[in-house]
Design a protein around this ligand. Structure first.
Ligand code: C2O
Ligand code: CU
Length: 522
């Protein structure tokens, strides 16, 4: 990145409108400091690290298939889970587990998923990264009310400035979402998206993987089977009785948002991977594909293996949010913001048998500086997997083809809450009307860290503060972390489905406190 240009523009962005309440450190620290969130400490003793084996969520079987579609059913239900050893935690789950079952679908085939809501609260499921028609996308006021509900619930945002009661397209008991599968192989995830309550819903367990596979990826000699691991990173806190601890503004969840001290986000003190605290995994001296997903509400991670293998470059990135990169990119460390995915291959044969390789979080401190551990086995194994020098034919969007440039600023509001272009979210207020099939240049600028996410189509990052994209911006992205005083430019082209979609901050406390906007594709 061109550092001089970065600092120059950063200063002008701050001058133009940074909030008085945001402390502005000297420019040299802008990239590193100011990560969002406030720690929320558990009220029970935390387990030792690296005791619990890494769980891998079960793959969901279709209830039936036909020539074009695969049909699935998921029941949203409470479940008693043992997350901390010897402690019972009541979770809100997809299908009784946290993470929910992994949905694995084929590009070109439609996944038709019927959700049944047996939770005590309304829900809205969204397939993050899905190329989805609007009526199946999970618009945040299109509530799925619990089985047996009678009252037509409105989505109350009372208490959020500028928000009134609104009724979306509500259903009681069951809703079927159709995901047509017109997209390339990628690591997607599904999670709750209910307006005002996404933070507590995901925190309590409403998240799972959805992997799309295709022939192009299937033809590559990448690690498979037990050596292809989805890893959902999520921090959580626990109350003394074992329940999830979360600082809702109202513990009965009648009012959205969090207690005002947590408006900038909630940081748990327990790091879970696939729902287990600081787990460990025995690995062969072989290549593994790790599909890293940051499903934390707020926490940013800087992931690094310790020790590093001789020669470094331990993390060979093969994919990002939207699937395979054109060619692999090597990293010593990866910074991952909420909702981002990094698909990496690690060759554990670069380590001696018996090495204990920790996955660290260099942004954490104390217990949150550790994530999990890989214990390298000594047994002899065969391993045909490798990372080819060319992975995929990736179309590069062309900035000169952009028909429109749009600016979106992500800022704190004057009261409690967060805004896009100065306003808190209001369903039906349309901030942009992109035309189907046309390339547009969208510029996001910010006060503090905001991971910005677009529904419907992924985008390509073409610059940060007038300079080059950062080291983790490669490929098709659907979420990009804006850093303090930054402006990020992306090229996007919305395709196939007209309708109204969301853009929002994926810091879930920011999202719940109104940092969302609608755009309508037509
Ligand atoms: Cu992962 Cu609109 O969300
Ligand atoms: Cu934000």
């Amino acid at each position: 990145m061109n550092r001089r240009r970065f600092l120059g523009l950063g200063a002008s962005v701050l001058g133009a409108g940074a909030l008085a309440s945001v402390a502005v450190p000297s420019a040299a620290y802008l990239l590193r400091e100011g990560r969002p969130g406030r720690p929320l400490y558990s009220d029970l003793d935390l387990p030792e690290a690296f005791q619990v084996p890494l769980p891998v969520p079960a793959v969901l079987k279709p209830v039936r298939t036909d020539g074009t579609n695969d049909y699935y059913e998921i029941t949203q239900q409470t479940a008693e889970l043992e997350i901390l050893p010897g402690v019972r935690t009541e979770a809100w789950t997809y299908g009784g587990t946290f993470p929910g079952p992994t949905v694995v679908t084929r590009s070109g085939r439609a996944a038709v998923i019927k959700h049944r809501n047996q939770l005590p609260v309304p829900s809205v499921v969204h397939l993050h990264g899905g190329h989805t028609p609007a009526d199946s996308d999970g618009y945040p006021i299109d509530l799925l009310l619990p089985v047996g509900s009678t009252a037509p619930a409105a989505s109350s945002m009372e208490g959020m400035p500028g928000m009134a009661q609104m009724v979306g397209h509500n259903l009681v008991g069951e809703r079927t979402h159709t995901y047509p599968g017109k997209q390339r192989a990628a690591t997607l995830w599904y999670h709750d998206h209910r307006m005002g309550y996404t933070g507590p819903g995901v925190w309590r367990g409403l998240a799972g993987f959805h992997l799309v596979q295709d022939d192009e990826e299937g033809a590559l000699p990448l690690p498979r089977g037990e050596r292809d691991l989805p890893l959902m990173l999520a921090d959580r806190s626990f109350a003394a009785d074992g329940s999830f601890k979360y600082p809702s503004a109202d513990s009965s969840l009648a009012v959205p948002g969090v207690a005002s001290g947590y408006m900038n986000g909630v940081l748990g003190d327990v790091i879970l991977v696939n729902g287990a605290p600081w787990p460990r995994l025995d690995v062969d001296r072989a290549h593994y594909r790790l599909r890293l997903l940051n499903a934390s509400n707020t926490r940013l991670y800087r992931l690094e293996l310790d020790p590093q293998p001789v020669g470094g470059d331990a993390l060979v990135q093969i994919g990002s949010d939207g699937g395979l990169l054109a060619a692999p990119v090597t990293h010593d460390a990866i910074e991952i913001a909420p909702a981002e995915r990094f698909d990496v291959v690690v060759d554990f044969s670069r380590y001696r048998p018996g090495t204990e390789v920790r996955l660290l979080n260099r942004f954490g401190s104390g217990r949150t500086a550790e994530v999990m551990r890989f214990d390298v086995s000594s047994r002899a194994v065969s391993d045909d997997a490798k990372v080819p020098a060319k992975l995929s034919a990736v179309e590069e969007l062309d900035a000169s083809a952009a028909v429109t440039t749009r600016d979106f600023t992500f800022r704190r509001s004057r009261g409690d809450g967060w805004t896009i272009n100065g306003d808190p979210y209001e369903p039906g207020r349309i901030l942009a009307t992109p035309a189907l099939g046309k390339v547009e240049l969208w510029r996001f600028s910010t006060d503090v860290h905001h991971p910005v996410h677009l529904h419907l189509n992924p985008f390509q990052v073409i610059g940060r503060n007038g300079g080059d994209p950062g080291p983790w911006d490669e490929g098709w992205k659907d979420t990009v972390d804006l850093r303090p005083a930054e402006a990020v430019e992306v090229l996007v082209r919305f395709t196939d489905y007209a309708g109204t979609y969301m853009m929002h901050c994926h810091n879930l406390e920011h999202e719940d406190m109104a940092m969302m906007a609608d755009f309508t594709v037509g």
